[in-house]
Ligand binder design. Structure first.
Ligand SMILES: [Zn+2]
Ligand SMILES: [Zn+2]
Length: 215
């Protein structure tokens, strides 16, 4: 099952009570990765919070936090075991957060003049399944299309072309024929219904006078 992270948080998970004079290069970073599987609400698009779905533990030398490539080699297999898509952009953001948070804590200790031999970090990841993300995107697109179609419908007034006011459709340049239906924009410019509908799916204004109808 492929998971896509939707949010992540890295925190220091244990207070460092030791006060050992350990050179920072020897500090061991203990990282707990917790994945929470969320569901997207199909109406609001919000993700539900959920309990821990799966977790992994990994440790590495603090210096590793300075080397993105090496850190990825250590972290990627663990995240993959958890099902997280390590080629996704949110995953890269997670790795950066781990680096930043770890180095930030290290700087904090250094300025106090003391080090701990162990640093504990917890990386909490909220993720959704790829299938769910895809269906959410699809239903979102459907909603947007529905809104657009009803906006177009409200904007157009269907009229029969009467003799004497034949005009050319400014989109296809063909004549609007007497007795056939034409679609009029609120600015009174008329077009073939299909021509103007297709135009309004890509544009917001009248192709002739550029006015933007408001309803
Ligand atoms: Zn036309
Ligand atoms: Zn117009």
């Amino acid at each position: 099952m492929a998971l896509v992270p939707i949010s992540s948080h890295v925190r220091e998970s244990r207070t460092l009570v030791e006060n050992l004079p350990v050179p920072p290069g020897n500090v061991r970073v203990n990282l707990i990765i917790e994945v929470r599987l969320c569901r997207l609400d199909s109406v609001t698009g919000n993700a539900s919070s959920s309990s821990i779905f799966s977790s992994r533990y990994v440790y590495f030398n603090l210096d590793m936090l300075r080397h993105y490539g090496q850190l990825r080699q250590v972290l990627d297999p663990k995240f993959m075991e958890l099902g997280v898509d390590t080629s996704s952009i949110p995953y890269i953001a997670i790795v950066m957060k781990i680096m930043e948070r770890g180095l930030e804590i290290r700087r904090m200790r250094v300025s106090y003049g003391s080090y701990s031999s162990n640093m504990w970090l917890t990386c909490e990841v909220r993720a959704v399944t790829v299938a769910e993300l895809e269906s959410e995107i699809e239903s979102n697109n459907c909603r947007i299309a529905d809104i657009r179609e009803s906006r177009i419908k409200a904007m157009l007034n269907m009229v029969e072309v009467e003799g004497g006011d034949e005009e050319a459709c400014a989109i296809c340049l063909e004549q609007l024929e007497v007795g056939f239906e034409a679609a009029r924009m609120p600015c009174s410019h008329g077009f073939h219904a299909d021509c103007i509908r297709n135009w309004l799916r890509q544009n917001y204004n009248c192709p002739v006078c550029r006015c933007i109808p408001t309803n």
